[in-house]
Design a protein around this ligand. Structure first.
Ligand code: MIC
Ligand code: SF4
Length: 645
């Protein structure tokens, strides 16, 4: 029986378990990446493990999220991460060098390798044929130390692409179509594998747009084969030597199949407030807009920017619209400057931002009250833009640029003929903002630079014998990590300070939660389906940990967040009968009698007693051998320390 591409890479990296769907497997990790908003914690955790130098083939620390620096905190974090990178054997991508996923694709990604990153959009690397997965900071720290990374052996979905995109229809429209069909929870526990004749028509940056936004499906990863297109891209990056051809076997067996005829796709938009609320321009109708933002790890490649510049050239941004553009990397920005495209953008009235995440994570450019903003990004969760009632639509760069000129959501096909936008033969290569680590003989002397805002990992404790605690918060379906631990310019600088950032936990849903949870001492959160979708930020588990949350009981979890809860020593529980969700009210006292013993014995079916109304609620506590030991120890850090002893 033939193998899928994912199975080929997994089996070449398997260190524990067997490739049986749904079971836990451990894989060897070749490369890691961190960004600064999750990086400080990851390096504090790496330090706590006591491993002197990373044991991966390549590890890179990027600065791209917290670049606003409206206070000392972000700059201190940058210095801390830079010094950790130098001391512990990592390359350091300095602020201004670009968004981690864009730069990694350009300079470090290698077909067939495994990559984990402390950012949920790490699967961008799948555009190059890597198996690239988003993870919590602690999992990345363990992988940097040479430890395996554990996932549930995924189901594989085949997405067969046929035909060719029509002029002005973009890679973004492909992934929006996949989101429309599969929804934000349709990818949980799955890897999305692209294949078919249509693949050959897509360049690596276009493929990367598609794999990037696979994160919004909840998928473990997304991947394209490595073919002549991949080779062209790597050659143009002067890295052809790392190219290898890779594809699934002809007779590979998949769990699900989807076919998309590229030639039938039309420009699409994800409407507020979910990436799967996808509609065509016709369905949306007339929509006057206030703002357009172009950039983010989804759509900031050179080709995206050149299309935008072509559309803007010689025109003026509509008087009622603010247009901002953030090229994804220094390489992209440099080349736009060299080829004149940057001048076309400036001339049209675009507000050029530095190569970083920027508005995508609410770092500036928040829209006006109830403002309608078209963005080429990947997430439009409520409040994420920094404006609570902002209405965010996710679109392609082509749609964004033409709409910025007309002042209305506009179908880019109205632009008429589209010129060809081929990949350049060579990209401008200058790695001067990628600082190499100190040599092994010099690393001892490197001093770690620690600012006053950098506080240690919160206290943990082994799993209690019995948990008896009130429900401190009850929330609904599709709660994102942006609800649990909001980001944005005010809160992101606190990422290295768990006590301080905890004060903003669940601010979007209920501002009174942190004080209430702290006062309760210990508590339990209750939620609906797909709880914790979105970001990989482990702060969405560490803040609850700090506030005394002992368990989270929901209808279902998103993958990375569930892993982060276990890593933080918080028990993840799911309802056996979803209707039992109605049997708990906020404030009810819940009891998990003898929970430690049950976990030790590997029991998965447990009962929660609602002491307030006397009901017995059956719940599932699905832990494997390893995650069971992590829970008993009080979290992954304690477990890893025990293992290292
Ligand atoms: C995001 O897009 O939400 C982020 C910011 O990149 C996060 C990481 C973080 O919260 O630091 C992600 O996607 O993992
Ligand atoms: Fe940065 Fe936005 Fe990409 Fe997250 S999704 S890595 S915030 S650009």
């Amino acid at each position: 029986m033939g193998l899928t591409l994912t199975e080929k890479i997994l089996s070449a990296h398997l260190v524990e378990g067997e490739l049986i769907r749904g079971t836990e497997i451990g894989i060897r990790i070749d490369q890691t990446l961190t960004q600064d908003a999750t990086g400080t914690m990851a390096y504090l955790e790496f330090e706590a493990m006591g491993v002197p130098r990373v044991r991966t083939e390549r590890s890179v620390a990027y600065i791209d999220h917290n670049t606003l620096q409206n206070g000392f905190e972000n700059a201190d974090d940058h210095r801390f991460i830079g010094s950790c990178a130098k001391k512990h054997g990592l390359f350091f991508s300095r602020p201004g060098n670009g968004i981690c996923h864009q730069v990694h694709l350009e300079r470090y990604g290698i077909p067939g390798k495994t990559l984990i990153g402390s950012d949920s959009h790490t699967p961008t690397g799948g555009g190059l044929g890597m198996l690239a997965i988003g993870a919590g900071g602690l999992d990345v720290a363990v992988a940097m130390g040479g430890g395996a990374y554990y996932i549930t052996c995924p189901k594989i979905v085949k997405v067969e692409l046929t035909g060719k995109l029509s002029p002005w229809v973009a890679a973004k429209d492909v992934i929006l179509e996949v989101l429309r069909r599969m929804t934000v929870k349709g990818g949980v526990g799955k890897v999305i594998e692209y294949c078919g004749e249509g693949v050959k028509t897509l360049t690596v940056p276009e493929r990367a747009t598609i794999t990037n936004m696979g994160a919004e499906l909840g998928a473990t990863s997304s991947i394209f084969p490595s073919d002549e297109m991949t080779r062209d891209f790597l050659r143009a990056q002067q890295r052809e030597d790392v190219w290898t051809p890779l594809a699934a076997d002809e007779d590979a067996v998949y769990d699900e199949c989807i076919t998309i005829d590229l030639s039938t796709l039309v420009p699409l938009a994800a409407c507020p407030h979910s990436p799967d609320n996808v509609k065509s321009m016709e369905e949306i109708g007339t929509l006057k807009i206030d703002q357009v933002c172009i950039g983010s790890c989804t759509n900031s490649s050179l080709l995206d920017m050149m299309k935008v510049a072509h559309i803007l050239k010689g025109k003026t941004v509509h008087p009622d619209v603010s247009l901002s553009i953030a090229p994804g990397s220094k390489q992209v920005l440099n080349m736009l400057a060299e080829n004149g495209c940057l001048a076309d953008m400036i001339d049209a009235g675009a507000r050029i931002l530095e190569s970083a995440c920027g508005p995508c994570i609410g770092m500036g450019q928040s829209p006006n009250s109830a403002g309608i903003s078209l963005r080429t990004f990947n997430r439009n969760f409520e409040g994420r833009s920094g404006t609570k009632d902002g209405q965010i639509y996710l679109v392609s760069p082509e749609t964004a640029a033409v709409s910025a000129l007309t002042g209305y959501l506009t179908d880019p096909r109205t632009l008429g003929d589209m010129p060809a936008f081929p990949l350049p033969e060579v990209f401008t290569i200058n790695d001067n903002m990628l600082t190499p680590p100190a040599s092994e003989s010099e690393m001892e002397d490197v001093e770690i630079l620690r600012g006053p805002n950098i506080k240690p990992y919160p206290d943990t404790a082994p799993l209690l014998e019995t948990i008896e605690a009130p429900c401190s918060l009850k929330v609904g379906d599709n709660i994102t990590t942006d609800h649990i631990m909001p980001a944005g310019a005010k809160i992101l600088p606190l990422r290295s300070n768990i006590p301080a950032i905890s004060q903003h936990c669940f601010a979007v849903c209920d501002e009174t939660f942190p004080a209430r949870a702290k006062e309760m001492g210990q508590s339990i959160i209750v939620g609906g389906t797909n709880y914790g979708q979105g970001s990989s930020r482990e702060h969405a588990a560490l803040a609850p940990l700090y506030l005394g949350v002992k368990a989270v009981l929901v209808k279902s979890f998103a993958r990375i967040h569930r892993a982060n809860l276990i890593n933080a020593g918080i028990l993840p529980l799911t309802f056996v009968n979803e209707s039992d969700y109605d049997k708990i009210a906020q404030g009810d006292v819940l009891v998990l009698d003898g929970i430690r013993k049950s976990v030790e014995e590997g029991k998965t079916e447990l009962t929660v007693l609602n002491k307030t109304n006397g009901t017995q609620i059956p719940v599932l506590c699905e832990l494997t051998g390893r995650t069971k030991d992590i829970m008993l120890a009080g979290g992954l850090l304690d477990y890893t320390r025990e293992q290292l002893k």
